[in-house]
Ligand binder design. Structure first.
Ligand SMILES: [Fe+2]
Length: 136
């Protein structure tokens, strides 16, 4: 497998973990399509789906951050935005045939998401769990 969700990625917020699992699945699908030399068009559609679901997921996290006055909101949001910009640039190059090594796109997404979950999302998860425990 190219990428697999396991407990080390758990942020212990159910919705975030479920969506991260889905993102990992989508990255795996993208990688498999590359591996099986699917058409450019099929790859492009998978990349669009991945971008759209990432946006949906990021907006959900951002909503939780702003509702709870998360102190690291701005930095976290800007990390999301930079990722989306990079993916869109990759996508444009991919569609125009200028990107010769699409495996790099898969590697980049995998690395970025893994690091982002382990560092940035885990911090957020911890903060949200502290709030939940205060409310109990
Ligand atoms: Fe995030």
């Amino acid at each position: 497998m190219f990428i697999k969700w396991d407990e080390q990625y758990a942020v212990h917020i159910r919705l975030m973990d479920d969506q991260h699992k889905r993102l990992f699945d989508m990255i795996e699908q993208f990688y498999l399509a590359l591996h099986h030399r699917e058409t450019q068009r099929a790859m492009s559609e998978l990349l669009s789906g991945l971008t759209e679901y990432s946006l949906y997921h990021f907006h959900g996290e951002e909503r939780m951050m702003s509702l709870n006055n998360y102190p690291l909101y701005a930095a976290h949001k800007s990390a999301h935005e930079k990722f989306i910009i990079t993916i869109k640039e990759f996508h444009e190059r991919f569609d125009s045939g200028k990107l010769l090594i699409p495996i790099e796109v898969a590697q980049f997404i995998k690395q970025w998401l893994s690091n982002h979950i382990l560092m940035t999302d885990k911090q957020l998860g911890k903060f949200l769990r502290q709030i939940e425990s205060k409310e109990d």
